[in-house]
Design a binder for this molecule. Structure first.
Ligand SMILES: Cc1cc2nc3c(=O)[nH]c(=O)nc-3n(C[C@H](O)[C@H](O)[C@H](O)COP(=O)(O)O)c2cc1C
Length: 436
């Protein structure tokens, strides 16, 4: 019997759908329209004793100057259709949905998530997003997400977070009101909701709330409401800075660092030997960065057109004053390309999403242990590049090594997602405390 480490890690896993640039080109990637893919995903995560699985949400197909980014049309069914179905074929693993506060109504969403918590026996989680826009240029004249939802433009950043704060507080109040016979009577800046909720109080009290905002507004929202935060940091110093900042924000709100689990996103390629792991990573990169994808990854975020550009010559001089162009981003790229002598293709190779940890089970466990012991994270949110291969490898190779070190559970101790995360059951707020 291995004694548990003083602290143990928490693991979530995230199956990329829309926006994934590799799945459609690698023959062995599972079919994202086949429900059995999701069954295998959730069951593999449960076999690996993960805290939860989670799906992202985009609400639009990425587009640049009227052209859709072909690879990403490889989407997947809606999360709220998938998760209840996955509840029926799993017993323990948590089930988290990304749902936008900008394009939903609180009463509807409170019912859906409370219902997911009931049908899953207390395994529901909600990744609260405000839906970011990919193109700063497009914000000026409209936005793909807004156009899909009968709106002329996307709400600007601060307004989205203002709505999100009221939205989440109201959803929590609705969960607390479930089963109570008295009305809630919320009248705020964004919403007027009488309540109570027509679904009984969820088994977890409140489903687990996840937040991933990085801006000051995003971090403030996370400090107010999050049980789990996702973060994008790759360097330990950045993750430590973030953990310190979050701790200060939590303290200012009367919460403690122990009330929140920080899970940075991590894409792992693990193999029995270093050579095998690096060979796999090199193959993925070749599959990922075709000419079309490279042009897209340059054009879409910057608003510039890289169609006719030689990808293997010196980085071109962009016109940063053109109205549709994200000038600060292009200037940053150009400066980096000049400083490091990078071609357009090499710049994308530096900046594109890629596996952030490649190595043997020992190397992977070393990394995870270092971050845990430094206080930079409480575990990780894994994002397999190829599914099922990379998740199987993590569960079969890395999980036993983490368990051998006492860093990860060897069985689920509880039944709910809240139990897996080691978080307390919330005390319901009194109806009169709820406001905008
Ligand atoms: C691991 C991770 C996953 C995310 N998944 C989504 C998602 O599925 N949908 C979405 O709209 N935003 C997603 N985001 C973006 C965040 O919600 C947030 O908008 C972003 O980190 C920028 O922070 P800000 O909103 O405070 O500016 C994700 C972020 C991270 C780090």
């Amino acid at each position: 019997m291995i004694p548990p480490h003083a602290r143990q890690i928490h693991l979530g896993v995230f199956l990329q759908g829309v926006g994934h640039t590799i799945a459609w080109r690698a023959e062995e990637h599972a079919d994202l329209t086949d429900f059995q893919t999701y069954v295998r995903f959730a069951r593999t995560a449960e076999r690996g004793l993960f805290d939860f699985v989670f799906f992202g949400e985009g609400l639009m197909v990425r587009e640049h100057q009227g052209r859709f980014f072909g690879p990403i049309v490889n989407g997947r069914p809606d999360t709220l259709a998938l998760l209840p179905a996955l509840a029926a074929v799993t017993q323990k693993v948590g089930l988290a949905a990304t749902l936008s506060t900008t394009y939903n109504e609180p009463y509807e969403l409170a019912r859906q998530l409370a219902s997911l918590d009931h049908v899953s026996g207390g395994r529901a989680g909600w990744n609260v997003v405000t839906s970011f826009s990919n193109s700063a240029a497009k914000d000026a004249g409209g936005d793909g997400i807004a156009f899909n939802h009968s709106r002329e433009r996307h709400l600007e950043h601060a307004t989205r977070y203002d709505r999100a704060r009221e939205f989440v507080a109201l959803v929590q109040a609705l969960w607390d009101s479930g089963g109570e016979a008295r009305p809630l009577n919320h009248i705020g800046r964004w919403f007027k909701v009488a309540g109570p909720l027509d679904v009984p109080r969820p088994p977890q009290g409140r489903p687990i709330i996840i937040q991933a905002g990085q801006s000051p507004d995003g971090r403030d929202l996370a400090a107010r409401i999050a049980d789990v935060v996702f973060s994008p940091h790759r360097r330990l110093e950045d993750a430590l800075e973030y953990a310190g900042d979050l701790t200060r924000r939590l303290a200012a709100l009367g919460r403690s660092r122990n009330d929140v689990r920080i899970l940075p996103g991590l894409s792992v390629i693990v193999a029995p030997t270093e050579e095998e792991a690096h060979a796999k990573a090199a193959r993925y990169r070749a599959l990922l960065l075709t000419d079309g994808v490279v042009r897209y990854l340059l054009s879409e975020p910057s608003g510039a057109n890289f169609d006719g550009v030689d990808l293997d010559a010196a980085f071109p001089d962009p016109d940063v004053t053109a109205p549709e162009v994200n000038g600060p981003l292009l200037e940053r790229w150009t400066a980096q390309a000049r400083e490091e002598g990078l071609t357009p293709r090499q710049l994308v190779e530096r900046t594109a999403p890629r596996p952030s940890l490649v190595g043997t089970p020992t190397q992977v466990a070393d990394h995870i242990q270092t971050w845990l012991e430094a206080g930079a994270s409480d575990g990780f949110l894994l994002s397999p590049t190829l599914f099922p291969n990379d998740l199987d490898d993590f569960v079969d190779l890395a999980v036993p090594e983490l368990q051998r070190r006492g860093l990860f559970r060897t069985a689920y101790a509880g039944a709910t997602l809240r139990d897996h995360l080691g978080l307390r059951q919330p005390v319901p707020a009194q109806a009169e405390e709820v406001g905008a």
